[in-house]
Design a protein around this ligand. Structure first.
Ligand code: ZN
Length: 379
């Protein structure tokens, strides 16, 4: 895969980009969500940047990794531009980025991936409130974030305002479109935090003492093995949906059996409620793939109201569920060939020929930085 970002002759980098494209196959068969995070490699002065996805079985997988001299807007720009080249992210109008919005990441996402929706991690916002104001506002924060109407959101925010004006003022400075469900405007598949990135970083703890080259070698090989295991495991599962999805959808199917469905004047649109006298109806619209309960737009699959309509219409549930929630797609996500990382080629990498990224500010006194201090590698 060629990249307009790379200088001519950067063969080793192109090889690594090719490795990254293999993980891109898993991404193209999974919900369009990417969690971004950075963590320090303990063995050196380098930082690891990770792009993590989540599959139909709610399991995390690696999309790409990068090793850079530090986490800042410049290195995130570099990482995201390369990610975009491999995954065509700018053309993906469903893309959601999850992050802790730290260290230049928010600006970088906005400039490199303007079509994406950037979701700020609620746990990190709550953690910042705890650090700044020494108070735990997580219950109130999550209530506001999960509100599905402007009215409900304002009610939740008013409660925060009554409790602590400074916390309220801090929160309104963070644009609600980045964290509040009612105005986020895109399906986050239930992810209000960047926990999937945190989980990925936790799984790497035991390797963080390794030299960067050794780290990449171990990491790629570990990922290769994981992909193989997942492929074998999911192939044995014979149901049309993976187990995690079955666990999510089963209670909704059960609930749907007790709902009453009424047709409306508009074709493909139904009113659904507990009984005929119940004034609280939800409106299901098959053409728009929506329900007024907003479950579908938040989670990406049918709610109990839509399932009740599907049952009445004698339809098939799988016809109304996106392919990336199905076992066949899940198996396919991990069927790509995956080459081992060649540590020798990494050792011989012409680091000097890579795109130069200058570090801003005064350099540390005891070390002289060279061009070789930026290493970027993707799976
Ligand atoms: Zn509904």
């Amino acid at each position: 895969m060629n990249s307009p970002l790379l200088p001519e002759g950067a063969t080793n980098q192109l090889i690594r980009m090719a490795r990254m494209s293999m993980s891109a196959h898993a991404f193209s068969h999974s919900p369009p969500v990417i969690a971004l995070d950075g963590c320090h490699l303990k063995s050196s002065d380098y930082t690891l940047l990770t792009a993590t996805g989540i599959d139909a079985n709610n399991e995390i997988y690696t999309i790409a990794i990068g090793i850079v001299y530090s986490e800042c807007q410049e290195t995130w720009n570099y990482f995201l531009k390369n990610l975009d080249v491999c995954l065509s992210l700018r053309e993906n109008n469903d893309l959601v980025i999850l992050s802790d919005r730290e260290k230049g990441l928010a600006i970088s996402v906005e400039s490199v991936l303007p079509n994406s929706k950037h979701s700020f991690c609620l746990y990190h916002i709550g953690k910042n409130i705890k650090t700044k104001f020494k108070k735990n506002f997580n219950p109130e924060l999550f209530k506001a974030a999960k509100a599905i109407s402007l009215e409900a959101f304002n009610d939740a925010m008013d409660q925060i305002k009554e409790k602590d004006l400074k916390v309220y003022e801090y929160l309104i400075q963070i644009t609600a479109e980045h964290w509040a469900e009612f105005c986020f405007g895109r399906c986050r598949f239930g992810n209000l935090t960047s926990n999937i990135a945190e989980s990925m970083n936790s799984s790497l703890l035991v390797m963080r003492h390794l030299h960067p080259f050794e780290f990449i070698y171990q990491y790629v090989n570990q990922t290769y093995e994981k992909f193989q295991q997942k492929r074998e495991e999911h192939t044995k599962h014979l149901d049309v949906f993976p187990q995690y999805f079955l666990n999510k959808i089963s209670p909704l199917i059960e609930e749907a059996r007790y709902l009453k469905v009424f047709t409306t004047d508009e074709q493909g649109t139904y009113r659904v409620g507990k009984d005929k006298s119940n004034s609280i109806f939800k409106i299901v619209n098959f053409e728009a793939n929506s329900c007024s309960c907003l479950f579908i737009s938040h989670n990406g699959f049918p709610c109990s109201h839509m399932i009740a309509c599907i049952l009445i219409r004698k339809g098939k549930l799988e016809d109304h569920v996106p392919n990336y929630f199905k076992t066949e797609t899940l198996v396919n996500a991990y069927t790509t060939d995956f080459k081992f990382c060649d540590i020798e080629s990494l050792k011989n990498t012409q680091l000097e020929s890579m795109q130069k990224i200058h570090k801003r500010g005064r350099p540390k006194k005891k070390r002289i930085r060279t061009d070789a201090e930026k290493v970027f590698s993707c799976l």
